[in-house]
Design a protein around this ligand. Structure first.
Ligand SMILES: Nc1ncnc2c1ncn2[C@@H]1O[C@H](COP(=O)(O)OP(=O)(O)OP(=O)(O)O)[C@@H](O)[C@H]1O
Ligand SMILES: [Mg+2]
Length: 328
């Protein structure tokens, strides 16, 4: 499934987000930052799609475009069969109810001046879905759902640990019974010891509530733990997209190969034996992506044609897509 397939909950077609800077003193605009540069993807019902790639490759910008926090320069966003790219009014309100977000930093995600119960219940109040006693009851249920004692609803965020705050953020995201949650590095700021607790909690809710996740992380082992399918981004584009096990077993794109070869192995003997692919050169600037294949400047197997022609994202195996001229 890439776009428009049955079973699609979220669909992106040729999505682009280019940031244009301010005019300089000569009255000229700097070249735009091509943060997202033509992405076609879909997230199915009850599916977790992991999105990985190095810092600056456009993951958060893509998530923010889905959430309507940044405006796409081009392309289409569909949700539940409707084009929501330019939705306004009631349509936008429904979309905002159905699509929630969890970000990296649970410290700044909660208003320090509000009791946590107020923060968790805020979306219900804002959408006019509950108030008074009913609101209190629903907040208690939500806290219980994420494993926090309801009597702590009257406490303030600073009285909770990082992991507990992320549970509060999850409770708030679940308040409106969304269909999709965009999770942007949701465990990156947490201690390693509590990361799997939060990931398991998210997986449990997926089962129980039938949720879908667009799960953004730079950490491949986290993505491997939680995703059904994984999309690999490089310089604003998806270079590989496959079911999780296929991607890790047989990565087709040389960039994915390099990323996977850099995951530390738990066994030190295996770790010493393994071949790590070190990428040469620096990540090119998204203001001036290389012509042809965006990865050719760092690719260990690049050929002259890679400098000239952009490789399309092609289905090389059933359900396994890659954008590489040389891998079939
Ligand atoms: N509002 C903005 N204005 C201009 N450039 C931006 C803006 N937001 C992001 N960028 C640029 O767009 C590119 C993609 O950034 P983005 O934050 O989406 O990457 P990312 O993959 O989420 O990185 P990280 O792993 O560090 O979170 C970067 O070059 C970034 O500097
Ligand atoms: Mg980011």
């Amino acid at each position: 499934m890439t776009g428009g397939a049955p079973g699609e909950l979220l669909g992106l077609t040729d999505l682009a987000v280019h940031f244009t800077g301010r005019r300089n003193w000569r009255g000229r605009y700097p070249p735009p930052v091509r943060a997202v540069d033509g992405v076609t993807l879909a997230v199915g019902h009850r599916e977790t799609l992991g999105l990985v790639g190095e810092s600056g490759c456009g993951k958060s910008t893509l998530g923010n475009a889905v959430l309507r926090l940044v405006r796409p320069t081009a392309g289409q966003v569909r949700f539940d069969g409707r084009d929501v790219t330019a939705a306004t009014g009631d349509e936008l309100r429904v979309f905002r109810r159905n699509v929630q977000m969890i970000f990296q930093d649970p410290y700044s995600a909660l208003n320090p001046k509000l009791k946590v119960g107020e923060s968790v219940g805020e979306p219900l109040l804002a959408h006019g879905l509950a108030d008074g006693e009913a609101l209190g009851r629903q907040v208690n249920e939500l806290l219980d759902l994420v494993g926090l004692p309801p009597e702590r609803a009257t406490r303030y965020p600073h009285e909770f640990s990082g992991g507990q705050r992320q549970r509060l953020v999850i409770a708030r995201a679940l308040a409106l019974r969304p269909k999709l949650i965009v999770c942007d590095e949701p465990v990156s700021a947490l201690d390693v010891s509590i990361r799997s607790q939060i990931l398991n909690l998210l997986m449990e809710f997926q089962q129980r509530l039938g949720l879908s996740y667009l799960f953004i992380s730079h950490d491949l082992s986290v993505v491997r733990h939680i995703s059904h399918r994984v999309a690999v981004m490089y310089l604003g584009r998806v270079v590989e997209l496959a079911p999780r096990d296929n991607l890790f077993r047989e990565p087709l794109h040389p960039y994915t190969e390099a990323l996977i070869s850099a995951i530390p192995l738990p066994d030190p003997i295996q770790q010493r034996k393994r071949h790590r692919i070190i990428l040469k050169g620096e990540l090119p600037k998204p203001t001036a992506p290389p012509p042809g294949c965006p990865f050719h400047t760092r690719c260990p197997i690049a050929q002259p044609m890679c400098r000239e022609k952009v490789p399309p994202l092609e289905e090389k195996r059933s359900g396994h897509w890659a954008a590489c001229h040389l891998r079939n």
